[in-house]
Design a binder for this molecule. Structure first.
Ligand code: HEC
Length: 133
């Protein structure tokens, strides 16, 4: 295929190192390092510096969760305390419930409550609940 190999030659001479794949070794090393950094950012940012909105979480909480889990997620009667957990824990739990996966003896209630939640609402709720007072 002449057309393709001409394209490759062109790319190799003209394109800067970060256009990897067709490139020289040193270029690829740099490329790999920058890819690694981008990858690390991509996997760590959503867990830590993620942009959830605690205030929206609180509003949502007061709308549909407070009746069972009590003020600030402190728990009430037979309903578990849900504040004070790491954001990732709460997100995981809510996603499992949303998928209809049973976790404790009374999951049916929570599955029903979690069904309508969007990813964003779950993130916001988790951020609010982590240190809700
Ligand atoms: C009708 C009562 C009720 C409502 C309303 C409710 N929950 Fe629950 N929630 C429960 C029950 C009961 C459990 C324990 C379920 C089980 O046994 O798996 C639970 C468990 C949880 C858990 C897991 C706790 C743990 O550590 O295992 C989280 C997180 C949670 N609820 C968050 C919420 C959020 C957020 C809302 C509002 C969108 C909400 N709940 C609304 C009754 C309720």
């Amino acid at each position: 295929m002449m057309g393709t190999s001409e394209g490759l030659t062109f790319a190799e001479n003209k394109y800067p190192f970060w256009r990897c794949g067709l490139q020289r070794k040193e270029g690829c090393t740099l490329h790999k390092i920058s890819c690694a950094i981008a990858f690390l950012l991509a996997v760590t940012v959503p867990e830590q510096g993620f942009s959830a909105d605690k205030e929206l979480g609180e509003t949502r909480y007061k709308k549909s969760c407070i009746s069972c889990h009590g003020k600030a997620g402190k728990g009430a009667a037979s309903y578990p305390k849900i504040s004070g957990n790491p954001v990732t824990y709460t997100i995981e739990k809510l996603r499992l419930y949303r998928e209809g996966i049973k976790q404790g003896p009374n999951s049916a209630l929570m599955i029903m409550m979690a069904k309508p939640l969007t990813d964003e609402e779950i993130d916001n709720l988790a951020a609010y609940l982590e240190d809700a007072e």
